[in-house]
Design a protein around this ligand. Sequence first.
Ligand code: IMP
Length: 195
Amino acid sequence: MARLIFATANPGKLAELRGLVGGALEVVSAAEFPHPPQVEEDQESFEGNAEKKARAYAEASGLPALADDSGLCVDALGGRPGVHSARYGSDDAGRIRRLLEELREVPEDARTARFRCALCLAVPGGEVVVEVGECEGRILGRPRGAGGFGYDPVFWVPSLGRTFAELSPHEKSAISHRGQAFRRMLPHLLALAGR
Ligand code: IMP
Protein backbone atom coordinates (compact mmCIF):
# COMPACT_ATOMS: atom_id res chain seq x y z
CA MET A 1 0.00 0.00 0.00
CA ALA A 2 1.26 3.53 -0.81
CA ARG A 3 2.59 5.44 2.20
CA LEU A 4 2.32 9.11 3.06
CA ILE A 5 3.98 11.10 5.85
CA PHE A 6 1.82 13.69 7.59
CA ALA A 7 4.14 16.27 9.17
CA THR A 8 2.15 16.81 12.35
CA ALA A 9 2.39 15.75 15.98
CA ASN A 10 -1.27 16.65 16.53
CA PRO A 11 -3.33 13.44 17.08
CA GLY A 12 -6.60 15.22 16.19
CA LYS A 13 -5.33 16.24 12.74
CA LEU A 14 -3.93 12.76 12.16
CA ALA A 15 -7.25 11.11 13.02
CA GLU A 16 -9.10 13.55 10.73
CA LEU A 17 -6.81 12.70 7.78
CA ARG A 18 -6.91 8.94 8.42
CA GLY A 19 -10.72 9.10 8.54
CA LEU A 20 -10.74 10.87 5.19
CA VAL A 21 -8.38 8.59 3.23
CA GLY A 22 -9.84 5.43 4.78
CA GLY A 23 -7.73 2.40 3.89
CA ALA A 24 -6.46 3.83 0.59
CA LEU A 25 -3.11 5.00 1.99
CA GLU A 26 -0.95 4.23 4.99
CA VAL A 27 -0.54 7.53 6.85
CA VAL A 28 2.65 7.78 8.92
CA SER A 29 2.84 10.62 11.45
CA ALA A 30 5.87 12.84 12.10
CA ALA A 31 6.06 11.25 15.56
CA GLU A 32 6.59 7.79 14.01
CA PHE A 33 9.35 9.09 11.72
CA PRO A 34 12.81 8.35 13.21
CA HIS A 35 14.65 11.62 12.47
CA PRO A 36 12.09 14.34 11.76
CA PRO A 37 13.64 17.38 10.07
CA GLN A 38 13.57 20.58 12.17
CA VAL A 39 11.64 23.14 10.15
CA GLU A 40 11.30 26.75 11.26
CA GLU A 41 7.88 28.14 10.31
CA ASP A 42 9.22 31.56 9.36
CA GLN A 43 7.37 32.26 6.09
CA GLU A 44 4.97 35.18 5.58
CA SER A 45 2.06 32.99 4.49
CA PHE A 46 0.35 29.77 5.58
CA GLU A 47 1.04 28.37 2.11
CA GLY A 48 4.76 29.16 2.42
CA ASN A 49 5.08 27.43 5.80
CA ALA A 50 3.11 24.36 4.69
CA GLU A 51 5.25 24.03 1.55
CA LYS A 52 8.50 24.44 3.45
CA LYS A 53 7.51 21.69 5.91
CA ALA A 54 6.16 19.30 3.25
CA ARG A 55 9.29 19.65 1.08
CA ALA A 56 11.58 19.04 4.06
CA TYR A 57 9.71 15.86 5.06
CA ALA A 58 9.53 14.54 1.47
CA GLU A 59 13.27 15.04 1.06
CA ALA A 60 14.14 13.52 4.44
CA SER A 61 11.89 10.45 4.00
CA GLY A 62 11.84 9.80 0.26
CA LEU A 63 8.04 9.51 0.61
CA PRO A 64 5.21 11.84 -0.39
CA ALA A 65 4.67 14.26 2.52
CA LEU A 66 1.70 16.34 3.59
CA ALA A 67 2.02 19.39 5.87
CA ASP A 68 -0.37 22.05 7.06
CA ASP A 69 -0.25 25.52 8.51
CA SER A 70 -3.24 27.39 9.83
CA GLY A 71 -4.33 30.31 11.92
CA LEU A 72 -6.84 33.02 12.66
CA CYS A 73 -7.00 36.25 10.61
CA VAL A 74 -8.94 39.12 12.20
CA ASP A 75 -9.99 41.98 9.89
CA ALA A 76 -9.91 44.73 12.56
CA LEU A 77 -6.30 43.72 13.33
CA GLY A 78 -5.15 43.84 9.70
CA GLY A 79 -5.15 40.03 9.47
CA ARG A 80 -3.32 39.33 12.74
CA PRO A 81 -2.55 37.02 14.45
CA GLY A 82 -2.36 35.18 11.08
CA VAL A 83 0.85 33.14 10.71
CA HIS A 84 1.73 34.15 14.30
CA SER A 85 -1.44 32.53 15.76
CA ALA A 86 0.44 29.84 17.69
CA ARG A 87 2.87 32.37 19.19
CA TYR A 88 0.39 35.09 20.26
CA GLY A 89 0.77 34.12 23.93
CA SER A 90 2.23 31.31 26.01
CA ASP A 91 -0.93 29.15 26.10
CA ASP A 92 -4.45 29.05 24.61
CA ALA A 93 -5.95 31.11 27.47
CA GLY A 94 -3.21 33.74 27.14
CA ARG A 95 -3.62 33.97 23.36
CA ILE A 96 -7.39 34.45 23.71
CA ARG A 97 -6.87 37.08 26.43
CA ARG A 98 -4.51 39.06 24.21
CA LEU A 99 -6.88 38.86 21.24
CA LEU A 100 -9.90 40.02 23.28
CA GLU A 101 -7.86 42.83 24.79
CA GLU A 102 -6.81 44.06 21.33
CA LEU A 103 -10.45 43.96 20.19
CA ARG A 104 -11.85 45.60 23.34
CA GLU A 105 -12.95 48.80 21.56
CA VAL A 106 -14.10 47.06 18.36
CA PRO A 107 -17.92 46.80 17.98
CA GLU A 108 -19.63 43.49 17.30
CA ASP A 109 -20.25 43.94 13.58
CA ALA A 110 -16.60 44.88 12.93
CA ARG A 111 -15.21 41.75 14.64
CA THR A 112 -15.17 39.68 11.45
CA ALA A 113 -12.49 37.01 11.12
CA ARG A 114 -11.61 33.81 9.32
CA PHE A 115 -9.67 30.69 10.05
CA ARG A 116 -7.42 29.76 7.17
CA CYS A 117 -5.60 26.48 6.52
CA ALA A 118 -3.05 25.67 3.82
CA LEU A 119 -2.18 22.06 3.10
CA CYS A 120 0.76 21.12 0.93
CA LEU A 121 1.54 17.75 -0.62
CA ALA A 122 5.16 17.39 -1.74
CA VAL A 123 6.48 14.45 -3.71
CA PRO A 124 10.19 13.58 -3.59
CA GLY A 125 11.73 15.17 -6.66
CA GLY A 126 10.03 18.52 -6.31
CA GLU A 127 6.39 18.46 -7.38
CA VAL A 128 4.02 20.20 -4.93
CA VAL A 129 0.25 20.78 -4.68
CA VAL A 130 -1.24 23.36 -2.31
CA GLU A 131 -4.92 23.52 -1.28
CA VAL A 132 -6.47 26.13 1.00
CA GLY A 133 -9.64 26.18 3.13
CA GLU A 134 -11.27 29.11 4.94
CA CYS A 135 -14.08 29.48 7.43
CA GLU A 136 -15.72 32.85 8.16
CA GLY A 137 -16.86 33.92 11.60
CA ARG A 138 -16.83 36.60 14.30
CA ILE A 139 -14.82 37.06 17.47
CA LEU A 140 -17.02 37.09 20.57
CA GLY A 141 -16.38 39.33 23.57
CA ARG A 142 -15.90 36.33 25.87
CA PRO A 143 -15.23 32.58 25.45
CA ARG A 144 -18.12 30.13 24.98
CA GLY A 145 -18.00 26.31 24.91
CA ALA A 146 -15.63 23.64 26.17
CA GLY A 147 -14.62 21.67 23.04
CA GLY A 148 -11.90 22.15 20.47
CA PHE A 149 -8.62 23.96 21.03
CA GLY A 150 -6.87 27.27 20.36
CA TYR A 151 -9.19 30.17 19.56
CA ASP A 152 -12.28 27.92 19.20
CA PRO A 153 -14.20 29.34 22.23
CA VAL A 154 -14.19 32.89 20.81
CA PHE A 155 -14.78 31.98 17.14
CA TRP A 156 -18.51 32.27 16.49
CA VAL A 157 -20.05 30.92 13.27
CA PRO A 158 -23.09 33.06 12.33
CA SER A 159 -24.77 30.37 10.17
CA LEU A 160 -24.79 27.95 13.16
CA GLY A 161 -25.18 30.43 16.00
CA ARG A 162 -22.43 28.56 17.89
CA THR A 163 -18.71 28.84 18.50
CA PHE A 164 -16.25 26.24 17.20
CA ALA A 165 -15.89 25.10 20.84
CA GLU A 166 -19.63 24.27 20.90
CA LEU A 167 -19.39 21.88 17.91
CA SER A 168 -18.59 18.15 17.92
CA PRO A 169 -15.38 17.21 16.04
CA HIS A 170 -17.58 15.92 13.20
CA GLU A 171 -19.62 19.15 12.99
CA LYS A 172 -16.46 21.24 13.10
CA SER A 173 -14.73 19.25 10.38
CA ALA A 174 -17.76 19.65 8.09
CA ILE A 175 -17.29 23.44 7.94
CA SER A 176 -13.80 24.18 9.22
CA HIS A 177 -10.88 25.61 7.26
CA ARG A 178 -8.94 22.37 7.84
CA GLY A 179 -11.86 20.10 6.85
CA GLN A 180 -12.27 22.04 3.60
CA ALA A 181 -8.56 21.97 2.78
CA PHE A 182 -8.45 18.21 3.51
CA ARG A 183 -11.41 17.52 1.23
CA ARG A 184 -9.84 19.60 -1.56
CA MET A 185 -6.60 17.65 -1.15
CA LEU A 186 -8.30 14.24 -1.15
CA PRO A 187 -8.23 13.64 -4.96
CA HIS A 188 -4.46 14.33 -5.01
CA LEU A 189 -3.95 11.86 -2.14
CA LEU A 190 -6.08 9.19 -3.80
CA ALA A 191 -4.07 9.66 -7.01
CA LEU A 192 -0.97 8.62 -5.02
CA ALA A 193 -2.79 5.39 -4.22
CA GLY A 194 -3.64 4.93 -7.91
CA ARG A 195 -7.37 5.60 -7.32
P1 IMP B 1 -0.97 25.01 13.47
O1 IMP B 1 -1.33 25.15 12.04
O2 IMP B 1 -1.43 23.72 14.07
O3 IMP B 1 0.44 25.37 13.76
O4 IMP B 1 -1.89 26.08 14.23
C1 IMP B 1 -1.51 27.39 14.43
C2 IMP B 1 -2.35 28.04 15.49
O5 IMP B 1 -3.53 28.57 14.89
C3 IMP B 1 -2.82 27.12 16.61
O6 IMP B 1 -1.91 27.06 17.65
C4 IMP B 1 -4.10 27.82 17.05
O7 IMP B 1 -3.79 28.85 17.95
C5 IMP B 1 -4.62 28.41 15.75
N1 IMP B 1 -5.58 27.51 15.11
C6 IMP B 1 -5.43 26.84 13.94
N2 IMP B 1 -6.52 26.10 13.66
C7 IMP B 1 -7.38 26.30 14.68
C8 IMP B 1 -8.68 25.78 14.97
O8 IMP B 1 -9.27 24.97 14.24
N3 IMP B 1 -9.22 26.23 16.11
C9 IMP B 1 -8.62 27.10 16.96
N4 IMP B 1 -7.41 27.59 16.76
C10 IMP B 1 -6.78 27.20 15.61
